[in-house]
Design a protein around this ligand. Sequence first.
Ligand code: HEC
Length: 104
Amino acid sequence: MKKVLLICLFFLAFSSYADDVAEGRAKADVACALCHGANGIATLPNAPNLAGQQAIYVSEQLRNYRSGKRQSDIMSMIAKSLTDADIAQYAAWFSAIKVSVETP
Ligand code: HEC
């Protein structure tokens, strides 16, 4: 019985993570892709790449913009209306993008 419960819990946790990635991707296409790129590689020269970024870093920065701890003309405005769920979804999506690195 305990094993079944554990498997169910694992499945629930995993499926909600997969949902976050999908939701984050759909929302980012509309709200973030203009500057950060549809694949998380920035299209604006002054916007950072977010593809492959650590989820904890992305969510921390979004919270900091939202609270005013970190200031940016653009991002402070965008983050103001984000919910905790939005932030978790964006963090899941951008961190799920696979990037490869080549050093010179
Ligand atoms: C109009 C362009 C624009 C849009 C749209 C935009 N961003 Fe940004 N974003 C920027 C710029 C420019 C910065 C750098 C700001 C700074 O100097 O702090 C930034 C910074 C960030 C950072 C911090 C990255 C780091 O390396 O510290 C995160 C995370 C982020 N954006 C997430 C998002 C998310 C999520 C969305 C969509 C909800 C979004 N951005 C929409 C332009 C944009």
